[in-house]
Design a protein around this ligand. Structure first.
Ligand code: C5P
Length: 326
């Protein structure tokens, strides 16, 4: 059996470690309903995972070291790493603590996040890190947490975390955490225009409420045309159906995003939208070559910090290395 007598690291042996990856997402439809008594909004949230991934590595630490440090052990590398909190508010760390508590054990691990998903971009980077941390710890500890339990822990961490576990395409109802997986083909080609600085998700929702004022807000429903286009891998159909009810609020808080959207459309993108609560903007492209051209034009335009090309759908969180269990 691996590990020392108490299941801790063996003296003199390399510390046990496990890694998992999780994808970014774009909301191809984000229908926002009325604000609920708990402050959240009812959603019809159609998620598509895209092939940008963060990698989370968890490494066993000695119990004494954990007790001494008195808190989170989080490190982060990659673009924007300095913007990721390294304390107990880090969503990946909260995932470690919640899974440990679920199994009645101590969170005696160090967490390392290798970022590739733009930080604070409306692309669910923090949710991806939490999802990957859940899977990595489950593999490290050999706890074999049933899928439904993992998903309910994920939902406790944040509205978008269950989707990062599941990947592919899914409809999120409730506050986004009640998932139905959707049939999807592809690939769909995407360009993301990244902005400087983030937008606070709660502030964007609050601005959406403010802009709506007293107007009646209908119950959010997924668009049948959009679901058909996703299923059929129909880029033109999807381009015609993309919708984000948070876009006006994101534009109100960050008016310059209108220039970014216009630059991508002028470069030939058949459709553009703010990704989630922003400030990243997403552009659909008919094929890989067009995506490269649109990305180059966006980078040239001076309306964004950088442009990234990717495709969706992408798989959900996956363990990519785990200790060999005896
Ligand atoms: O659930 P999560 O922590 O990701 O949500 C972040 C914030 O976004 C919430 O505190 C809330 O202000 C807002 N939100 C919302 N309605 C949702 C999801 C999120 O108002 N369905």
């Amino acid at each position: 059996t691996p590990g020392g007598p108490a299941g801790g690291p063996e003296v003199g042996a390399a510390p046990r470690t496990a890694s998992a990856t999780a994808p970014a997402k774009v909301n191809v439809q984000l229908a926002v309903g009325p604000v609920r008594p708990d402050g959240y909004h009812d959603l019809a949230n159609v998620f598509l995972a895209v092939e940008l991934h963060d990698r989370v590595t968890v490494t066993e630490t000695a119990a004494e070291a954990a007790a001494d440090s008195g808190g989170a052990r989080v490190s982060c590398t990659g673009p924007g790493a300095d913007l990721v909190p390294a304390d107990a508010t880090n969503l990946a760390w909260r995932a470690v603590e919640l899974l440990a508590a679920h199994h009645g054990r101590r969170p005696d691990v160090a967490v390392h996040i290798d970022k590739d998903i733009p930080v604070a971009g409306g692309m669910a980077g923090g949710s991806a890190d939490a999802a990957a941390a859940l899977l990595a710890c489950d593999a490290l500890w050999g706890t074999a947490t049933p899928r439904d339990e993992l998903l309910s822990i994920a939902a406790e961490l944040g509205s978008d975390v269950p989707f990062s576990v599941v990947g592919g395409a899914a409809l999120g109802r409730g506050r986004g955490e009640v998932l139905t997986e959707l049939p999807v083909s592809g690939p769909f080609h995407w360009v993301f225009a990244l902005a400087d600085g983030g937008l606070s998700t709660p502030k964007v929702y609050a601005e959406c409420d403010r802009l709506r004022g007293d107007a009646a807000v209908p119950a959010p429903e997924p668009s049948p045309e959009l679901l058909t286009a996703l299923r059929d891998g129909d880029t033109t159909g999807l381009a015609g159906a993309l919708a984000n009810d948070l876009q006006d609020a994101a534009l109100s808080l960050r008016p310059s995003l209108a220039d970014t959207l216009a630059a991508g459309l002028a470069a030939g993108a058949p459709a553009a939208l703010v990704s989630g609560s922003g400030p990243s903007c997403a552009f659909l492209a008919p094929d890989a070559a067009s995506a490269d051209r649109i990305a180059a034009a966006l980078a040239e335009s001076g309306t964004c910090r950088a442009a990234r090309v990717t495709t969706g759908p992408a798989p959900g969180a996956r363990v990519v290395s785990a200790p060999v269990r005896g």
